[in-house]
Design a protein around this ligand. Structure first.
Ligand code: ZN
Length: 128
């Protein structure tokens, strides 16, 4: 399984993580499934309604509307991204709980620090 994402989309996620710092940023990845690949078409930044440095939550209606809009274009919700301010891109205990609830989407986690040269990206793909 592979997640295919444009460099400019990764850059947008990186910039989102810095804009929200030290709050966790979050958003949705919309695209299509093609055999074993997830092809990202759009990155949709969302508001972290928890406004927290350690957890994130996206408004349910926002997610629903994004799914409806994606499906109207023949696409699907294929991923969820969020940042870990001042932490590595590991799967936290809470992440693991929510990964289990969304078994068919990829989770992209970005380790966000203000120090550009220390920034680390991580990717976790749940089996689907
Ligand atoms: Zn996390």
């Amino acid at each position: 399984m592979r997640l295919k994402i444009q460099k400019e989309d990764l850059r947008a996620i990186d910039e989102h993580s810095l804009k929200c710092f030290p709050v966790e940023c979050c958003g949705l990845l919309v695209g299509e499934r093609a055999n074993a690949d997830l092809n990202v078409e759009d990155v949709i930044s969302a508001e972290n309604i928890e406004e927290s440095a350690t957890i994130f939550e996206i408004d349910a209606e926002f997610v629903y509307n994004a799914i409806v809009e994606a499906e109207s274009r023949g696409l699907a919700l294929i991923g969820i991204y969020h940042s870990h301010p001042n932490a590595s891109a590991h799967v936290s205990g809470r992440d693991a709980e929510f990964l289990a609830l969304w078994p068919d989407v990829a989770w992209l986690i970005v380790g966000a620090t203000k120090e550009k040269n220390q920034r680390k990206k991580g990717l976790h793909l749940q089996g689907w």
